[in-house]
Design a protein around this ligand. Structure first.
Ligand SMILES: [Zn+2]
Ligand SMILES: [Zn+2]
Length: 567
């Protein structure tokens, strides 16, 4: 049922209208309908299909149309438009109890707050108490609300890029007392956001495992401490980590079971049933006999399949492909020979060219693409032509010092409002490759502008093609299917931007691109050398999209790099 989803969006519309000081009757109409939709027992989708939306008290033509749009497309364009007019953290702030849109507006106008951190700071200021309608009690209420919200948020889904390093650290720490150890769940499947974090292990001495786990240096609090399962909360992002200790003979079965996905496992269970077998977290059983369970390989083999990589276990056809012997040879994490999208301190990056080159060599790369912003992106220190040429000279100088790596002189060039590029063609021609990106006008003819950019022979890659930010932004109004179609037509590559809050293209869109034979370039969009390590996340997206090496520019020898201009 989509009732609560739709009610949330209608409330969201009311929030923005209230923030903007719109008509009270209009605002109340949205809120009333939202409440009704939450309360009615009927499925709103069924009401719509049987033409009975008007049964909902208070629903007018306008709101009915919004609901129809949501059911058909999964979003409401009016809401997207409204959101573009308020601070980007608005939606998040509206989740804070005791802080309504009116109060937020008051604080926003007086203190220009943008983030929850800003809000916390402002509430400590005496000027805040003296604002009309505020007072000490109200301030305290909002502070409590923030506390409540932050605690709740820690139990919600978190970005893979945030959780991964935390879990890696714990696994490394626990290895000392464990025989086998691995994270499972959506983290092991490398989903872009994850819920609970589960780690699975085997050990000779279970007691020792639990003791070591609860005395982890980063622990904030211990939730449970038991022979088979313990839970802690770590200080790092207040993540909850569960550790299970299992018997070696069922380690593979438990790993398979707890890795999921649910849909994948349901299908596997059905196949087991058909063969007269039973599969559980303890093993595969024929009657009372355990016939597999030690390793995942063993389990999949029973069902006539090779081991399916965790990233594919989403019931998107992987089981059928495995049975038919047609699983793709997806890209491996160490297949990557270089990174296409790194900003230097010539634009808004922090690291120098030399620092980046050293880091790339350390990562075993054969090439890197240095992409600074172009002139129109003034907020990001975009380079005018003179500065661009200066930077290129500097690259030549550094390149002589490090002959073991190819440094591409590239740029992330803005696609302007009319679809033209932010440098003239003769400048683009001086570069080794060009990423064309949209940084402004997210709702203005985005598809058409991207197509025009792709028709330019010097635009080799389209950067972050949907513009979404996982935590806070829906992205451009763009017809991604059309972009993919033109990418194929013009031989332009599409980016998988590996920054953890972008992961754009995502797995589903990257898979669509694959089906149309579009080349993919993974770029970290690093603004410092640490961020170059997000490459892992980009490869994870590619793996989840079933991409093989041949489709990824990152896996090619730089001398034979099949970017568009070389064709
Ligand atoms: Zn960009
Ligand atoms: Zn960038």
């Amino acid at each position: 049922m989509k009732n609560s989803e739709i009610a949330d969006v209608l409330d969201g519309i009311a929030d923005v209208l209230e923030f903007e000081g719109d008509n009270v009757f209009k605002i109340n109409a949205y809120r009333k309908v939202a409440r009704r939709i939450r309360e009615i027992p009927e499925d709103i989708e069924q009401l719509y299909q049987s033409g009975q939306l008007s049964k909902i008290p208070g629903i007018g033509k306008n709101i009915a149309e919004h609901i129809e749009e949501y059911l058909k497309t999964g979003s409401i364009s009016k809401y997207r438009e409204l959101l573009s007019r308020v601070p980007s953290t608005f939606v998040e702030m509206m989740k804070i109890p005791n802080l309504g849109p009116k109060t937020l507006k008051l604080l926003y106008e007086h203190f220009k707050i943008q983030t929850i951190e800003d809000l916390k700071n402002v509430l400590e200021k005496p000027e805040a108490i003296n604002l009309p309608g505020m007072g000490e009690k109200k301030i305290q209420n909002i502070k409590n609300g923030i506390q409540l919200y932050l605690t709740k948020r820690t139990h919600q889904r978190i970005s893979l890029g945030i959780a991964l390093p935390v879990v890696d650290e714990i696994v490394k720490y626990m290895k000392q007392v464990c025989k086998d150890i691995s994270p499972c769940g959506s983290l092991r499947r490398m989903k872009e956001t994850i819920g609970d974090i589960d780690i699975l292990c085997t050990a000779d001495n279970k007691d020792k495992v639990v003791k070591r786990f609860i005395s982890y240096p980063g622990v904030q609090s211990i939730i449970a401490e038991g022979e088979t399962k313990s839970s802690i909360i770590v200080k790092d992002h207040m993540l909850q980590i569960d550790l299970r200790v299992v018997e070696p003979e069922s380690y593979g079965a438990a790993l398979q079971y707890f890795t999921g996905s649910k849909e994948h496992n349901i299908k596997l269970r059905t196949i087991a049933k058909e063969k007269g077998l039973k599969i559980s977290e303890y093993g595969v059983f024929k009657g009372e006999d355990r016939i597999a369970g030690k390793s995942e390989e063993e389990i999949y083999k029973i069902f006539g399949m090779p081991l399916i990589p965790p990233e594919l276990r989403e019931d998107r056809g992987e089981i059928e492909a495995a049975i038919a012997g047609k699983l793709p040879h997806i890209i491996k994490y160490d297949d990557v020979k270089g990174d296409f999208h790194i900003h230097t301190n010539y634009s808004d990056g922090i690291s120098t060219i030399e620092e980046i080159v050293k880091k790339a060599i350390e990562m075993g790369y054969q090439f890197i693409g240095l992409c600074d912003h172009s002139q129109t992106s003034k907020f990001a220190g975009g380079l005018n032509v003179e500065r661009l040429r200066e930077r290129n000279k500097e690259i030549d100088r550094i390149a002589r010092k490090y002959p073991q790596i190819k440094i591409f002189k590239a740029a992330e060039v803005d696609i302007l409002g009319n679809g033209e590029m932010d440098y003239p063609d003769e400048i683009l021609a001086e570069l080794d490759f060009v990423i064309g990106s949209i940084h402004q006008g997210f709702k203005k003819n985005v598809t058409e502008r991207m197509i025009k950019a792709m028709e330019n022979r010097y635009v080799d890659i389209i950067g972050h093609p949907t513009g979404r930010l996982i935590s806070s932004r829906e992205g451009y109004e763009v017809d991604i299917d059309k972009v993919i179609e033109y990418a194929a037509k013009t031989g332009t590559a599409l980016e998988i931007n590996a920054y953890y809050d972008r992961l754009d293209l995502n797995d589903v869109n990257a898979m669509k691109a694959k089906e149309k034979n579009v080349m993919i370039a993974i770029g970290t969009d690093a603004h410092n050398i640490k961020m170059m390590e997000y490459m892992t996340l980009g490869v994870a997206v590619a793996r989840r999209a079933w991409l093989e090496k041949s489709r990824l520019l990152n896996c090619y020898d730089w001398k034979k790099m099949p970017v568009k201009r070389n064709k």
